[in-house]
Write a protein that binds this ligand. Structure first.
Ligand code: ZN
Length: 422
């Protein structure tokens, strides 16, 4: 019950922030902007969480890398984007609305098959409005989809990915809800005083709603989630090895529910060519969570995401994970430190999530921040508790994250088009 009350307060605060209609909300933003540690310090926005970097999240690995970088901003922490409340003629204020009769439901378990069905149904309901593309295949033969909304020739591109860890499939449900909300209001909605149609002519938004479909299937259906006998054997052997090494004390069904890796037992968010193998626990072989792979980029899912990223210049990348209600934004030698910090500050204010400053190497966020054409990037950990998270957390997660795509698009547009940053 406490949780629901907190969520309701958050909805009210988010609406006030998004619509910019409440003077108190505006004053609060200003106050927050000069107050490090603000996320938990005020009424309305925070979720009553502790102040903490010591609370556990899914990705916490090594020691705190760069707390100083955030603290050193002192009175200059940014993150108070001003959102215009003007409603252009012919538009409705989509911020206060929800999709009626949605295709994408709050599913008890958002499966790969539901994802494929939802993509097809959304294409039927919103013909020609978005592009669905297969960017790769998993070891067990499932497609990795890229869903593109807006003009692909636009100067500014934003990427949102989810379920790079199998048991975090609630994030796929979230991304598909975000996509449908934007599709529904594409023609009649507005944001920040501008029609959504115009937004999508200036900023192109890409979703990869399920990076690790095999891992999602293992977490949901156990060994029955796999078609390949060889891969089932890999997973069984991983259990034996993890149990023998003390990485798990769980029975097999529970162990499989907690599966984070792909079907080859590789943690995809440790498999990228960026600080590969640094600050992680390495089981040395297939594991539900603790194996970065034999070498960086060894996995088809990693290669698909890397190839997509390398194919163009991106301005912002949001990586959805579960759980912890926290946002990671930094890494050692981050080439986009200031931009990542600024984006994370804005998204912390929007979501009410706390900052997080630890994390291991080999993740997609690290790749984005360290590669030759880096972009601002954040990892958002949604929800609380043990993964897989129960679907009754979705309403709160939705309230906290509904506007993340639009905020990120505006952030990228303001930085790179209006201000001309490079
Ligand atoms: Zn994760």
């Amino acid at each position: 019950m406490k949780f629901r009350l907190s969520a309701k307060k958050t909805v009210i605060a988010l609406l006030a922030l998004a619509m910019g209609t409440a003077p108190m909300a505006k004053a609060y933003i200003t106050a927050l902007a000069v107050s490090p540690g603000y996320v938990n310090s005020g009424p309305g926005v925070g979720l009553g969480m502790g102040t903490a970097d010591n609370q556990s999240t899914e990705e916490a690995g090594g020691a705190s890398l760069d707390a100083y970088a955030y603290q050193s901003t002192g009175g200059t922490a940014q993150g108070a984007m001003t959102i215009s409340t003007d409603i252009p003629s012919g538009c409705v204020d989509s911020c206060s609305m929800e999709v009626s009769d949605p295709v994408v439901a709050d599913e008890p378990m958002y499966t790969y098959d539901i994802l494929v069905e939802d993509i097809t149904s959304l294409q039927r309901r919103y013909p020609g409005r978005f592009t669905a593309r297969v960017i790769g295949s998993s070891a067990d033969g499932r497609s990795i989809y890229e869903l593109v909304l807006g003009d692909e020739k636009a100067a500014t591109h934003v990427l949102i990915d989810a379920s790079i860890h199998g048991r975090e499939y609630i994030t796929s449900n979230l991304c598909m809800k975000q996509l449908e909300y934007l599709l529904c209001y594409y023609d009649k909605g507005c944001f920040d005083g501008k029609p959504l149609r115009q937004w999508f002519s200036e900023v192109c938004l890409h979703f990869i709603p399920m990076v690790d479909p095999d891992g999602v299937s293992i977490s949901q259906f156990g060994l029955d989630g796999l078609k390949s006998e060889e891969l089932k054997e890999t997973v069984r052997n991983a259990y034996a090895a993890d149990a023998a090494a003390g990485y798990t004390g769980l029975d097999l069904p529970t162990y499989l529910q907690r599966w984070k890796a792909n079907a080859s037992g590789v943690n995809l968010n440790q498999n990228f060519n960026a600080m590969f193998g640094v600050d992680i626990v390495n089981a040395g072989g297939p594991s539900f969570s603790y194996y970065p792979g034999p070498y960086a980029g060894s996995e088809p899912e990693t290669r698909a995401l890397t190839a997509l990223y390398d194919s163009r210049i991106w301005r912002a990348v949001v990586n959805y994970h579960a759980q912890g209600q926290a946002i990671y934004w930094d890494i050692q030698n981050n080439k986009m430190r200031e931009h990542s910090r600024d984006l994370s500050n804005n998204l912390m204010m929007l979501t009410g999530y706390r900052k997080a400053v630890a994390g291991g190497g080999g993740g997609f966020k690290e790749y984005v921040q360290l590669c030759g054409r880096p972009a601002a990037s954040v990892t958002i950990e949604v929800g609380l508790g043990t993964c897989p998270l129960p679907s009754d957390q979705l309403p709160a997660i939705w309230a906290q994250n509904k506007f993340v795509p639009l905020y990120t698009m505006k952030w990228a547009y303001d930085k790179f088009v209006v201000k001309g940053d490079r």
